[in-house]
Design a protein around this ligand. Structure first.
Ligand code: LLP
Length: 420
C-alpha cells in the first residue's frame, strides 16, 4: 500500500521503519504517518498549483487531521490552512500557520470564533449565511472602530451539484446546510459590496468529499462563474483517496489539470485561485497498526478482532468507507493460498465496529499485527472515547526513524475533566 514498502522477510515498512519495531516501540493501536509521503503530497499540491496558476494557494482542510505536528509540517511546506472551528483555528496558530493564510469556515460561526479569527488576522472569512455578515460587521465596527481595517471575505455558493459520493459528505446540493444558493448568494454579494468594513474578495464553493472523478469540480467552476467576476475564487477540496485497490481517483496532477483548465476557460484571467484539499492530502500517508486479540470463525467468515476499531477509525461506521487490511508481518507470504475471507472488527460494543470487511488475510492468529493502510484522513479527527477507549498515538516515520507527535491517551486522561 502507499506509504509502505515490504522488506525481504515479507514484513511491512512505514517510512522505512519495520512494523514489528514500530509496534514494539509505540504499541498498538497506533497511527503511523509516512512523513516523506505527506511532504511529497503537500509539495505536489502547492507546486503543482503554482505551476498552473502562479497567483494561487493550496490550503490544507485541517479537519482531516488537526494536530499541531501536521499544521507545523504543512506550514513548513508553505501551505495555507482551512479551519472550521475556533478549536481548529487555535491549533493552526499553535502549529505556526501564517494567519494571513488561514481561511475561516463554518455554517454556524459563533461571535467568539469570528472574534478570534479577526483578532488573529485571518486572511479570509467565508460567509456562509447572512448572520455571518451581521456578526462580522458588528465585530469590525466594535473592535476596529475607525481604524479603517477591513476583513477579506468570500461568499460560499451552493451550486446545486450532487457528486457521486456518500450523502453525508455531499455538501453542494440544494438543501445543503452549507452556503447560499445563487439567488441568496447574489443578495449577500450585493450587501457586502455596500459594506465599509468587509471587503468582498470573491467566492467559495465546495461540493463534497471522496469524489473520484474530475467532472463535478468542473461543473462547480462553471456554477461560480455565473455569479460575476471577482479577484479570488476558492474551489474547496474533495478529491478522493485510493482506499482500496479498486478505487481509481484522479491523480493530484490530473485533478489540477482539469480544475485549472476550467478556471482558465471560465474565470477571470488574473483571479487568485485557492483550493482546500483535506482527505487527498493526508489519507495515503497514514497506516494504522493493530494487534489481533482473537479470531472467531462463524457463518463462513473469519472475524479477526483487533485492539482498536471505531474509537480510532469511525469512517467505516459513519460512511461505509472500505479499507484494505493485511497481516503486517507476512504480506507476501504465499503459502496457504490467497487467504481466508475475513472481517477485521474492533473491541467496541456494537456490530458496526468494523475496520475492514471482505478482505483476504493469510492465516490470521492472535498476536499478529494487522495493518490498515490509507488511514491518514478523518481518523485522528473523528477518534472518540467510546467504551472509554484511549485514543492512539500518532507517530511520524521517516528514513527508518520514528517520532511520536501525539502520545497515547491514558486512563488518567479519561478522568481529567471529571469533577468530584
Ligand atoms: N473545504 C471545505 C469547506 C470542506 O467542508 C471540506 C470537507 C474540505 C474543504 C475538504 O474536503 P476533502 O478534500 O477532505 O474531501 N468527516 C468526513 C469528511 C467530511 C468532509 C467535510 N468537508 C469523513 O470522515 O469522511
Amino acid at each position: 500500500p502507499p506509504g509502505t514498502s515490504t522488506a525481504p522477510d515479507g514484513g511491512l515498512r512505514i517510512g522505512g521503519c519495520p512494523v514489528t519495531e514500530l509496534a514494539a516501540r509505540h504499541g498498538t493501536p497506533a497511527l503511523f504517518i509516512d512523513e516523506r509521503a505527506l511532504r511529497d503530497r503537500a509539495g505536489r499540491y502547492a507546486d503543482g498549483l503554482a505551476a498552473r496558476r502562479p497567483d494561487s494557494m493550496a490550503a490544507f482542510a485541517s479537519k482531516a487531521f488537526p494536530c499541531t505536528a501536521v499544521y507545523r509540517l504543512l506550514a513548513e511546506e508553505g501551505l495555507g490552512v482551512d479551519v472550521a472551528s475556533g478549536g481548529e483555528l487555535a491549533l493552526a496558530l499553535a502549529g505556526g500557520t501564517d494567519p494571513a493564510k488561514v481561511i475561516v469556515h463554518g455554517n454556524a460561526k459563533t461571535e467568539d470564533y469570528l472574534r478570534a479569527a479577526v483578532e488573529a488576522g485571518a486572511g479570509l472569512v467565508v460567509i456562509d449565511n447572512f448572520d455571518d455578515i451581521d456578526r462580522l460587521e458588528h465585530l469590525m465596527a466594535r473592535t476596529h472602530g475607525a481604524g479603517g481595517r477591513t476583513q477579506g471575505v468570500l461568499v460560499r455558493v451552493t451550486p446545486d451539484i450532487r457528486p457521486d459520493t456518500h450523502e453525508a459528505v455531499s455538501t453542494g446540493q440544494r438543501g445543503s446546510k452549507f452556503g447560499l444558493l445563487p439567488p441568496q448568494a447574489r443578495e449577500a454579494i450585493a450587501r457586502l459590496r455596500g459594506s465599509a468594513r468587509l471587503r468582498l474578495d470573491g467566492l467559495h464553493v465546495h461540493i463534497g468529499s471522496q469524489i473520484l472523478d474530475t467532472e463535478p469540480f468542473v461543473r462547480a467552476v462553471a456554477a461560480v462563474a455565473e455569479l460575476g467576476r471577482f479577484p479570488v475564487y476558492d474551489l474547496g477540496g474533495g478529491l478522493g483517496a485510493r482506499y482500496t485497490y479498486d478505487d481509481r481517483p484522479p491523480t493530484v496532477e490530473a485533478y489540477l489539470d482539469a480544475l485549472t483548465a476550467a478556471v482558465d476557460a471560465l474565470l477571470p484571467a488574473g483571479a487568485r485561485l485557492i483550493i482546500e484539499p483535506g482527505r487527498s492530502m493526508v489519507a495515503e500517508a497514514g497506516v494504522s497498526l493493530y494487534r489481533v486479540v482473537t479470531v472467531k470463525r462463524a457463518g463462513g467468515e473469519t472475524m479477526v478482532a483487533v485492539d482498536g476499531g471505531m474509537g480510532d477509525n469511525l469512517e467505516v461506521a459513519l460512511y461505509g468507507q472500505r479499507f484494505e487490511a493485511a497481516v503486517a508481518t507476512r504480506v507476501h507470504r504465499t503459502s496457504g493460498g490467497p487467504g481466508e475471507l475475513c472481517r477485521v472488527v474492533g473491541p467496541h460494543c456494537e456490530s458496526g465496529d468494523v475496520l475492514s470487511a471482505g478482505v483476504h488475510l493469510q492465516d490470521p492468529r492472535p498476536g499478529d499485527l494487522i495493518a490498515v493502510p490509507v488511514t491518514g484522513a478523518y481518523t485522528y479527527s473523528l477518534a472518540n472515547n467510546y467504551n472509554a477507549a484511549c485514543r492512539p498515538p500518532v507517530v511520524f516515520c521517516r528514513d527508518g526513524r520514528s517520532r511520536p507527535v501525539v502520545r497515547r491517551e491514558t486512563h488518567a486522561d479519561l478522568m481529567r475533566r471529571d469533577l468530584p
